[in-house]
Design a binder for this molecule. Sequence first.
Ligand code: ADP
Length: 260
Amino acid sequence: ITEQKSYTERLEKTVAIRTDELKTALAAEKELNDLKTKFLSMVSHEFKTPLSGILTSSMLLGKYKLTEQQDKREKHIATITDKVQYLNVILNDFLSVEKLEKGKVNYKFSNFKISKVLNEVIYNANMVLKDGQHINYPENIDDLSLYQDEKIVELALSNLIYNAIKYSSENTIIDIKISQNKDTTLFIIKDNGIGIPKKDQKNIFQRYFRAENALLMQGTGIGLNIVKDHLENLNGSISFTSVEQKGSTFTIELPNKAEQ
Ligand code: ADP
């Protein structure tokens, strides 16, 4: 009887362990499914607004005769270009995620002037500034160069600058500072925007994460995650300080010379 009892006890223990394992597996599957649903809803949501803008503009465009109402045509063409550009950015972000995840990124290193990349990013950013917004940036940095992946530096700077614009209101200043020592370069991007709530700060680099106070603005929660992954692959880093309703300061540090 004692033997049978101990056998039953062992059996019960095994069953309990297996049940726990099954529960854990089911919970993991549910979490994955929830993530997929969240992702699909985020993608549909992000695509819906620009796509309906494109649709309306192109339908109206079809109504205007070529020679007439040139100003209206131009306005709708600008809307279409703007929305298509936005969709392109999102799609590139998705592709970057896929490449990073598969470890398939081939970095291409070259020597370039920081001012060249910065001027390009500022030129594009100036087109999407809100009324009265202004970007201050260093203009006398022709002597600063990097041996890095130029596209990644451009991606990182544009992500941070576009965020600074998006998460700040009209009539604010975005301040960019760049400094270089023997080994590394610092890029500092400061805004006076909505800031990041304290409770959300630890999650800000997680993929798809968006802070509560950011949800009114369009976004996917992918940009910072990609930037961080790329920078870390290049032995760099990204950090920030932020106070809600006051503003945020993001800092990128990158080696002047990439290791081959
Ligand atoms: P997205 O802007 O598409 O949501 P990001 O990955 O670029 O995604 O940023 C993740 C989140 O970090 C944003 O949703 C927002 O909550 C917060 N965030 C990023 N930059 C700023 C900023 N400059 N000011 C305030 N919040 C920011």
